[in-house]
Ligand binder design. Structure first.
Ligand code: BES
Ligand code: MN
Ligand code: ZN
Length: 483
């Protein structure tokens, strides 16, 4: 889909998306198309009244005018705005329209400016038109719509279009790798995706570490998880260098990349186990963000790390009771082989010390407990650095890719005591999302650190089953805000 800004398109486009406010109030664009009183007539006969969720299609000469209910002006929330855009898209895609003007720029979203109106519209159109049919014999119908034009051309809309295009690309790519089945998307596949970034931009160098390199580095927690799988663990390191000062400290993003998590010897129940192909959504989001960054060419140094691995039961798998020595020297007693994400991440978090990071953010489908705590709308945010946590929270509010901070105080470390090793890999029944974060914090002392637990937000279940691409929007915004 091509997005642009141009006022004159209003007269030439074959479709125009127009807001009607509650109590039958015409938006500015609706007034322009009401010269003969045809829209007023529709309102009079009750065809549409302006409530959110309503829509009606009207023909004027060669143009389709899609009227959508837009609620009370100035009062609608971002969520409601997205619902309006979704509704409009569902209607317009059933028509033969190729070029549409989106005059929902007339809609004032509560506490938001034109930039966010345009950005949310594009992100929503792109999310709605997403299909993953690579493995279907019968492909989805080709969308006829090719161009969406915003009828206001200024620096604000141009910037919003540029940012939204980059974020939408990142989200799409994250969704694609995440939805890919685990017999194809294995750690090697993740590394191959990481390498494709070099083709997109000369600003990125990608290196891949295999198990041999990991053994030399002493990453025995990571390797312990991987030893039950025939697929080799691989860590991909994508270094994006575009800061005016090439020696500027990098922002490091680390993504959990369990391409399948069966739980290992502490095997998961069969129901919904297929969803554990999504245990690499942290890595998928980092990959998406790096692509968005390459698109935006932000003046930053950013390193994206995909921690690829597979957790399976096997004759050679690691066991409950095993004691593993991590890369930073701490020993860990494995009490549950299903708490593998923290074992893979702890060594990766030690590994990235060598980049002397400005800050490190890890993104992981780490705990079911996080979903119990926050549900499926907010990602969990755990951090040892208030300033970093605040900046991430702010980006989450801006993008509405929501995150909520959980406390991380020293008491939680008590739950991770082991009689035999420096740490246990689980912290008991209570506060599981926090004790997982507390575990990781033992490996992040050399830099400001934050952790996003996306177990509840990375994919949807049920009728709309599939990866969401979260938190690509949040993280890309975080990077935009650094500039
Ligand atoms: N990948 C899972 C977490 C998960 C579970 C994400 C369900 C989304 C939905 C993780 O590796 C895991 O298994 N965590 C365990 C930890 C427990 C053994 C302390 C969990 O949450 O049950
Ligand atoms: Mn697990
Ligand atoms: Zn896992």
């Amino acid at each position: 889909m091509k997005y642009s800004a141009n006022l004159t398109a209003l007269n030439t486009a074959d479709a125009v998306l127009v807001a009607i406010f509650e109590d039958s109030e015409l938006s500015e664009t609706a007034k322009k198309f009401d010269t003969q009183g045809e829209i007023t007539a529709l309102l009079k006969c009750g065809e549409i009244s302006g409530k959110i969720g309503e829509s009606t299609l009207l023909r004027q000469g060669t143009q389709r005018i899609l009227l959508v209910g837009a609620g009370k002006p100035g009062e609608i929330t971002v969520r409601q705005f997205k619902q309006i855009v979704q509704k409009a898209f569902q209607v317009i895609k059933t028509t033969a329209s190729k070029n549409m003007v989106n005059a929902l720029t007339d809609v004032q979203i509560k506490d938001r400016d034109l930039y966010w109106n345009v950005r949310f519209a594009i992100e929503t159109f792109e999310a709605e038109r997403y299909v993953f049919d690579e493995f279907k014999s019968q492909k989805a119908d080709q969308l006829k719509l090719e161009n969406i034009v915003f009828p206001i051309d200024n620096a604000e809309t141009q910037r919003a279009i540029q940012h939204a295009n980059a974020v939408a690309l990142g989200i799409k790519l994250a969704r694609d790798v995440a939805n890919c089945p685990p017999n194809i998307c294995n750690p090697k596949y993740l590394a191959e995706q990481a390498k494709t970034l070099e083709k997109r931009t000369a600003l990125v160098k990608t290196t891949v570490l295999g198990e041999k390199e990991m053994a030399e580095l002493g990453m025995h927690a990571y390797l312990g998880v991987s030893q039950g799988s025939k697929n080799e663990a691989q860590i991909s390191i994508m270094e994006y260098c575009n800061h005016p000062n090439p020696d500027a400290k990098p922002i490091v993003l680390v993504g959990k990349g369990l391409t399948f998590d069966a739980g290992g010897i502490s095997l998961k129940p069969a129901a919904e186990m297929d969803e554990m192909k999504y245990d690499m959504c942290g890595a998928a989001s980092v990959y998406g963000v790096m692509n968005a960054l390459a698109e935006l060419q932000l003046p930053l140094n950013v390193i994206g790390v995909l921690a690829g691995c597979e957790n399976l039961p096997d004759g050679n798998a690691y066991r409950p009771g095993d004691i593993l020595t991590t890369m930073n020297g701490l020993t860990v007693e494995v009490l549950n082989t299903d708490a593998e994400g923290r074992l893979v991440l702890c060594d990766t978090l030690t590994y990235v010390e060598r980049f002397e990071p400005e800050c490190v953010i890890d993104i992981a489908t780490l705990t079911g407990a996080c979903v119990v705590a926050l549900g499926q709308h907010n990602s969990g945010l755990v951090s040892t650095d208030d300033a970093l946590a605040d900046t991430l929270f702010q980006a989450s509010q801006q993008t509405q890719d929501k995150a909520w901070r959980l406390p991380l105080s020293e008491e939680y470390q008590e739950q991770l005591k082991s009689p035999f090793a420096d740490l246990a890999n689980i912290g008991g029944r209570w506060g599981g999302a926090i004790t997982a974060g507390a575990f990781l914090s033992n490996f992040t002392k050399k830099y400001p650190w934050a952790h996003l637990d996306i177990a509840g937000t990375a994919w949807l279940q049920g009728a709309n089953k599939g990866a969401t691409g979260r938190p690509v929007s949040l993280l890309t915004q975080f990077l935009i805000n650094q500039c």
